[in-house]
Ligand binder design. Structure first.
Ligand code: GLV
Length: 310
């Protein structure tokens, strides 16, 4: 019986994953991209941005595990074998994501960059402040990450709303959904946080009309996928001063190409897709559970619906 586990990613050497999986499953026939050997042995593929066409060559694979919470990197491969796909659910990653959003939102809200400038000039100059109850936060995407992020903003006293594809009801969060709710949601979001999955429906969603619908002086935080953004539209909204700034962790092309305007734009902060790193310690219990379930012929958890794309 094929029972090898293959770690298909160039992000790390995968040894950390080997350790945490073996702690739960016992010794494994564990392969990486450099030690794949006979791929007929592979039963489970753990994948992050696999080279397109590779997974199809694993003739006996029975399960694909996305090492990211987003699965667009997998579904973009049109040759994927027809086996279940599950994704990690990682409370460590979720916590990091909400930290990332809170960090940039608070930095903007409390004018930290302007005070840093004033410090450089040796100036002691308190600025007018915006009351927390007047700074409206909008979170696009209300899955696990979006709910955690929205709840933390609400806890700090920011009037917080969320937008999702289908209707949701959440305690203490105003919710909007569908294309009807989108404009109304944007119009009340002084800080817009994107945590949507990348799907056919969400690609290019943040275009010139969407940015124009935000209130003047709004701030944009993208920790989801660069593919949601029409870059020229975002740059135009920043250049005109309609948007006060943006913190971008994800891009249409990654790594962000040298010379791209985001690198040097005075209102943009760039980070290299680090908002939420998959943490083997917190992500592995769900993966171990799924491998056990697979081997016992039981229903899998955290399954991905290839139709909706998440
Ligand atoms: C990271 O981008 C992820 O999808 O987990």
């Amino acid at each position: 019986m094929p029972n090898a586990i293959a770690y298909i990613s160039r992000d790390t050497d995968g040894l950390h994953w080997k350790r945490v999986l073996e702690a739960g499953l016992g010794p494994l026939d564990y392969r990486t991209l450099d030690t794949l050997g006979n791929t007929d042995d592979i039963e489970v593929a753990l994948a992050w941005k696999p080279p397109h066409g590779l997974l199809r060559t694993f003739r006996n694979v029975r399960l694909i595990v996305s090492l990211g919470m987003g699965v667009d990197h997998l579904l973009a491969d049109e040759t994927l074998p027809d086996v279940p796909i599950v994704r990690i659910m990682d409370e460590g990653l979720v916590g990091q994501m909400s930290e990332y959003a809170l960090f940039w939102a608070l930095r903007h809200h409390r004018e930290i960059d302007r005070y840093a400038e004033l410090q450089k000039q040796g100036q002691w100059k308190p600025l007018d402040f915006v009351d927390t109850i007047d700074r409206r936060v909008g979170v696009m995407g209300l899955g696990t990450i979006g709910q955690d992020t929205a709840a933390k903003f609400a806890r700090l006293g920011f009037p917080t709303a969320g937008w999702s594809r289908t209707a949701r009801t959440l305690d203490g969060i105003e919710t909007f959904h569908g294309s009807d709710g989108f404009r109304r949601f944007l119009a009340r979001s002084d800080i817009l946080v994107d945590v949507l999955p990348l799907t056919r429906e969400t690609r290019g969603l943040l275009d010139a009309a969407a940015f124009a619908a935000l209130p003047k002086g709004a701030y944009f935080i993208n920790m989801a996928r660069g593919g949601h953004v029409v870059d020229e539209a975002l740059l135009a909204a920043l250049d005109s001063g309609h948007l006060a700034g943006a913190a971008l962790d994800v891009f249409n092309t990654e790594p962000l190409p040298a010379g791209h305007r985001y690198w040097t734009h005075p209102r943009v902060h760039v980070t290299p897709h680090i908002a939420g790193a998959t943490n083997p310690r917190t992500a592995s219990p769900g993966v171990i559970e799924n491998i056990k379930r697979l081997r016992a012929g039981r229903d899998l958890i955290h399954r991905v619906d290839a139709k909706t794309g998440y």
